[in-house]
Design a protein around this ligand. Sequence first.
Ligand code: G4P
Length: 526
Amino acid sequence: MANLTEEIKKRRTFAIISHPDAGKTTLTEKLLLFGGAIHVAGAVKSNKIKKTATSDWMEIEKQRGISVATSVMGFEYEGYKINILDTPGHQDFAEDTFRTLTAVDSVIIVVDVAKGVEQQTRRLMEVCRMRNTPVIIFVNKLDREGRDPFDILDELESELHIDVRPLSWPIGIGAKFKGVYNIYEQNLSLFKADKQHVTDRVDIRDINDPAIDKAIGSNDAEKLRADIELIDGVYPQFSTLDYLDGLVAPVFFGSALNTFGVKELLDCFVRIAPSPRPVQAMERTVEPGEDKFTGFVFKIHANMDPNHRSCIAFVKVCSGVFHRNQYYLHVRSDKQIRFTAPTAFMAQKKEIIDDVYPGDIVGLPDNGVFKIGDTLTEGELIHFKGLPSFSPEMFKYIENTDPMKTKQLNKGIEQLMDEGVAQLFVNQFNNRKIVGTVGQLQFEVIQYRLLHEYGASCRWDPIHLYKACWIESDDEEALEAFKHRKRQFMAIDKDGRDVFLADSAYVLQMAQDDFPKINFHFTSEF
Ligand code: G4P
């Protein structure tokens, strides 16, 4: 078996996030191309249903199939083991993305040079900030007309609330795009539109090397020198430590589609991005180098084939080494479980693996044992934090439309909720079940999957709700008084915790003002 410390040091586990269409899929594919994991562009079929209308079921099913293959893409590059964790493109699945971000050690954000910072990027960055995740930004589509790079840098700082430091710099943009100057390594790459190949570099001594004038003409060379001087004057020297603390985001420019500026990004990434970091459990901090294995489930793919109840739980290894055929404690159920066919994810292949190291993701075949957030250990009772459910934004009553299939419906709802598709609240006043989601699409997915995977049919009834929030208080009496006063609006979540259903912002505000002893929480982890 390999040396644990060495294995940890060479691992880089990260996610690429962006607003849909900024180029996440294209960049992922180009990184795989560099890693030799795929050989032609176009091989990674994108994980997207965003362009199809909401009711294209074939697309959704296809997407579920594809997304198992692309959920984790591992490859080797220059002695590093890189794991890219895929995140759904569609914003209705934002919660999936949030959970995936709990399993990565760093993030690359892709921004479209013409569109700048868009809404979803802003939201995802908030999650990164909450967790101090180190972030690198790739400004994409420089081959198209776009905004001035200095403006983009200003916008990144003000919209994403993070200091930035360019480490590469574009020469021209759109039709006049000539290449990028690599500030980090002091070399120059000339642009050549090419989807399949990697561009050669022009080696230069420094920014004053006449080779630059020769390569791009003296006008552009002068402008480049002025730009670099300005950058060095305005932005402090890049500090890897500040990046690792989530205080500064290095910025690269390029064109993913043309495989341009991507190598600069990747080379810098493997050098500066963190190897697996310590993970915070409720009880203590778990260091990746500890002897004993620990890991947690951050994602579950269920029922890929309706004929077999086949699920796969994605476990992030936090410490020690996971071994095939060894018994591990499933902390929530207090059961010892052994896995005979754990799978590793290498690019688009799944293969059985014997030993899995911190930073890696292992896929465990599951027949309904796992829930999102479950911990596996060698016996220690620990619970990993950081897999919150967020207060949903849309709500509907779920009603059974086939009384003969009540059992199937309940089982289906329970499993889909364990998988993290949506959240279930049971109103304590009328006992009706309410499903909360972050997007309309989930209601359609749930209805479809209940029918196709469980043979149960349901109907959605409208409910007017603004927010569901978890409540608690140190003062039992105050809590009881609140629950009594608001009994029509009280529900419990799947773990039996108290949830207040506020039907308007005003009502919520009033409740907060009138009951100062009650704490209102907008994520399930508090
Ligand atoms: P996403 O995963 O972030 O949603 O974005 P994706 O990579 O699918 O890219 C969105 C569109 O932007 C795609 O075009 C892609 O080809 C294009 N694109 C990505 N990088 C660049 C770039 O550097 N320059 C230019 N000009 N375009 C880029 P599409 O027409 O929507 O899809 P497709 O038919 O090309 O797949």
